[in-house]
Write a protein that binds this ligand. Structure first.
Ligand code: INI
Length: 185
């Protein structure tokens, strides 16, 4: 909406044709979509809160119990492979990964958090299924607790909201018409 106003305003100032390009955006409706949540057992007291936050978001957006499945892995390092295998089944519209990595408690923080992040990206790109990053990376236990819904904000909830939006958007992207170059050729 905002972008469209900006386009109209700037073209009016230039005295040129007003363009209003079609804007595609995902809806926040989860009904009819299926979700997997992959949960790391490391820092389990917190990761279960992330899963609960994700389920809460999906439920508020219209998911049914039978449309959500939870898979548990040992640590955040194992999230990408499990997510990839789950995405490859073709049974889910999005896979939500949740984990907690705390810098002060993890000498190899950079490896665990970094590999989890890049592995999640690869899992999404190689399967064409959205794989969401619901991993809390924090400097201290207190910071981590705050981001898991103990105070305010829950990274699992946020990741689930994004999962619904991106799954809905991808559902709208259909191969139609092709490019001008393709049509000419
Ligand atoms: N995994 C986490 O998810 N969080 C951590 O903080 C963590 N620490 O502290 O080491 C962690 N390690 C385990 C790792 O994810 C793997 O499970 C393990 O290295 C086996 O591959």
């Amino acid at each position: 909406m905002c972008r469209s106003y900006t386009v109209v305003w700037s073209f009016q100032r230039l005295g040129r044709i007003i363009l209003e390009p079609k804007i595609h955006s995902g809806s926040l409706k989860a009904d009819g979509l299926r979700f997997a949540i992959v949960e790391s057992r490391w820092n389990e007291l917190l990761t279960t809160k992330l899963t609960a936050g994700a389920v809460d978001a999906l439920s508020r957006l219209g998911s049914r119990n039978e449309d959500i499945e939870v898979f548990k892995v040992p640590g955040s390092f194992e999230l990408p492979l499990a997510a990839k295998r789950i995405a490859e089944t073709g049974r889910f519209d999005a896979v939500i990964c949740v984990g907690v990595v705390i810098r002060g408690e993890t000498p190899h923080f950079e490896y665990v958090a970094g590999e989890a992040a890049s592995g999640i990206t690869q899992a999404a790109l190689s399967t064409n299924v959205p794989v969401l990053f619901g991993i809390v990376t924090a400097d201290t236990v207190e910071q981590a607790m705050n981001r898991c819904g103990i105070k305010s904000g829950n990274k699992g909830f946020e990741a689930a909201m994004s999962a619904v939006e991106i799954a809905s958007l991808l559902g709208q992207i259909v191969e139609e018409g092709g490019t001008a170059a393709g049509r000419a050729g």
